[in-house]
Design a protein around this ligand. Structure first.
Ligand code: ATP
Ligand code: MG
Length: 416
């Protein structure tokens, strides 16, 4: 991508009401635009990162047997009345006044839709287990939407639902899902700071499990057992004030963002829809369910909170909008442009994602913007160095650059 052609620009102008660091950094660098509290557009750079996060989530869900589908955001009221959540779900956006006078909900989660949908396809124990999921836009009328992408009123969620013959089968899958979640956070560069956290359950399980990433921007308080890397959410600390794994009484308090949440639902949703299957002996039994949520847009905001310095964002490799930022320094010597252009072509031909700063700006402006954007690698093409046939190559996170040949540079990027 040529930066001269990018229709969005880095900007110094910030919306006055934007107080969260992640949104400020992303707006400044040209990744997102703010439309209202908790409502953002993803610009080309931001959408690339959001798609990469979604793709990581997709791959890890497919690996544990998930089957992707897409359910509607517009939900008939009846489905929500059936489970008691038309009145019971606080942040539900309700739509009325349509020409047919029917009422709808904008889905904040999808148990009300996926349960009767799966019911149509599951008759006997032979059809179980199944793990449908989707990556889809959710709506919640959040009271405090002040944390940028961490708390949107419209946001992206991956929600997978598991359907089982019994608790044992659910428990096995639940552990697989936990491992898949850690794999996702590892690939998103959040593993070191993310803790499996015990949180309140529901009528069918004592606890649910959250994945909490430690950062000052977090809205939750957790208590960490440093021996087990397990935490307890403050909402249950009165009943569970030791490590659930080893009994450790010395827990460390920290602020964190809930980036994922997995939950054993039991028959909470199969009951209202009367969702049963026929077992091996021909008896009818209720289907047992679990749900597994993760927020790609919240992960995006959280990664920015965790990975930045005073100059801007520092993307983990797998999320970098482009793997490498190629910067051509202004020069009267035509060889500089020629070399940069040919390197740009070569990188693209080798399928290395590259953002090419081919604009007529000062070196200082280009470097400052490259730091804001934060691509993992940077190459500088300058008159001084092309004479020696070398390039300045540096990781965004490193202070020092290497001076290397074109061949070495390509090899490094192909291996990275
Ligand atoms: P919170 O307690 O932070 O409000 P929640 O427990 O209501 O979240 P879940 O219903 O468990 O959230 O949603 C599953 C996942 O969806 C969360 O772990 C989070 O990653 C994401 N998510 C939930 N609400 C939002 C939101 N308002 N903005 C962005 N992501 C969200
Ligand atoms: Mg939750």
């Amino acid at each position: 991508m040529r930066q001269s052609k990018n229709f969005t620009k880095a900007t110094k102008e910030l919306p006055k009401d934007e107080t969260s660091f992640n949104a400020q950094a992303l707006i400044r660098a040209g990744f997102i635009d703010k439309l209202g509290a908790g409502i953002y557009s993803y610009l080309p750079l931001g959408l690339r990162v959001l798609k990469k996060i979604s793709q990581i989530v997709r791959e890890e869900m497919d690996r544990i047997g998930g089957q992707e589908l897409l359910m509607p955001a517009l939900n008939p009221k009846d489905n929500w009345v059936q489970t008691g959540r038309w009145e019971g779900f606080d942040a539900l956006f309700k739509l009325g006044n349509s020409s047919d006078m029917k009422e709808y909900a904008l889905a904040p989660t999808h148990e009300e839709i996926v349960t009767p949908l799966t019911q149509k396809h599951v008759l006997s124990y032979k059809d179980l287990p199944v793990y449908p999921y989707h990556i889809q836009t959710k709506f919640r009328n959040e009271k405090r939407a002040k944390a940028g992408l961490i708390r949107g009123r419209e946001f992206l969620m991956k929600d997978l639902y598991s359907f089982h013959v019994d608790d044992d089968d659910l428990n096995n899958f639940y552990l697989n899902a936990q491992k898949a979640y850690f794999k996702i956070f590892e690939r998103c560069g959040l593993l070191d700071k993310t803790y499996l956290t015990y949180a309140s359950g529901g009528s069918f399980s004592k606890y649910s499990h959250e994945f909490q990433t430690v950062t000052e921007a977090g809205e939750d308080t957790i208590y960490i057992c440093e021996d087990c890397s397990i935490a307890v959410n403050s909402e249950i600390i009165d009943e569970q004030n030791t490590c659930p794994n080893c009994g450790n009484k010395k827990l460390k308090e920290d602020r964190a963002v809930e980036v994922g949440n997995i939950f054993k639902l039991g028959t909470r949703f199969s009951n209202p829809f009367n969702f049963e299957y026929t077992d091996e002996e021909g008896k009818r039994k209720p289907v047992v369910m679990g749900c597994y949520g993760i927020g790609p847009s919240r992960i995006l905001g959280t990664v920015v909170e965790v990975h930045h310095d005073d100059n801007g964002i520092i993307w983990p490799e797998e999320l970098s909008p482009y793997k490498v930022h190629l910067i051509e320094l202004k020069s009267d010597n035509e060889e500089v442009k020629k070399t940069a252009e040919s390197l740009y072509e070569e990188l693209m031909n080798k399928d290395i994602e590259v953002l090419y700063d081919d604009r007529d700006l000062s070196a200082g402006q280009k470097f400052a913007e490259a730091d804001l954007i934060g691509c993992t690698y940077r190459i500088v093409v300058s008159e001084k160095n092309i004479k020696k046939n070398i390039f300045e190559f540096r990781k965004r996170i490193d202070k020092k650059a290497e001076m290397i040949s074109r061949e070495e540079l390509i090899d490094k990027l192909l291996l990275a």
